[in-house]
Design a protein around this ligand. Structure first.
Ligand SMILES: CC(C)(COP(=O)(O)OP(=O)(O)OC[C@H]1O[C@@H](n2cnc3c(N)ncnc32)[C@H](O)[C@@H]1OP(=O)(O)O)[C@@H](O)C(=O)NCCC(=O)NCCS
Length: 151
């Protein structure tokens, strides 16, 4: 499974993957809005079905991971890491020296994945996520130096 650069034709598949991975997903229109933003790019992986997506942007030498999603049926098979590897290569190609992301502080799967890739904890945004009936959750800000990252 090698992630491929996503195009407008992949928006429905990206939204489908997102819906399987998040409680409050972006629908196809929301995905299209995010994808059309300045400096934005995405990768999608396809197995028998779409098996993962990552959406990022590079502005002013800084990359940001906007979302990363892998459906439950294909987790722990390296799809998340493969998508992030592709995203980091593309960020460097677009001139980014650093990559940032926000992740729910309680999302152990994602935090472990990002730390494995070399991301370090850079800050905490209190009550950043609205979890509806579950209240609000803090976001961990994570940072990767793309010039010295191990991969
Ligand atoms: C986080 C997520 C993208 C991981 O995708 P994935 O394809 O399963 O990740 P990988 O198979 O590449 O895992 C790479 C490593 O991350 C860590 N990891 C992944 N899932 C984990 C889990 N549930 N618990 C602990 N560590 C985990 C492990 O170190 C893993 O390596 P290993 O399987 O050799 O132990 C996926 O679980 C997901 O989409 N979750 C819901 C959405 C989300 O949280 N997105 C990211 C936040 S923005």
């Amino acid at each position: 499974m090698i992630p491929k650069p996503a195009t407008q034709a992949d928006l429905a598949a990206m939204a489908s993957v997102h819906a399987q991975a998040f409680d409050a997903p972006w629908d196809e229109a929301g995905m299209a809005t995010m994808f059309s933003g300045a400096g934005t790019y995405a990768f999608i992986s396809v197995d028998a079905d779409p098996s993962g997506m990552v959406l990022c942007r590079v502005i002013g030498g800084e990359a940001e991971v906007l979302t990363l999603a892998v459906p439950p049926w294909t987790r722990r098979r390296g799809v998340g890491v493969a998508l992030m590897d592709a995203a980091m290569v593309e960020a460097r190609a677009r001139g980014a020296a650093v990559m940032f992301l926000e992740v729910d502080v309680g999302n152990a799967a994602a935090v472990t994945l990002y730390e494995r890739l070399g991301f370090a904890r850079a800050g905490l945004r209190k009550a950043y996520y609205d979890r509806g009936a579950n209240g609000r959750a803090d976001a961990l800000v994570m940072r990767l130096d793309l010039t010295s990252a191990p991969r």
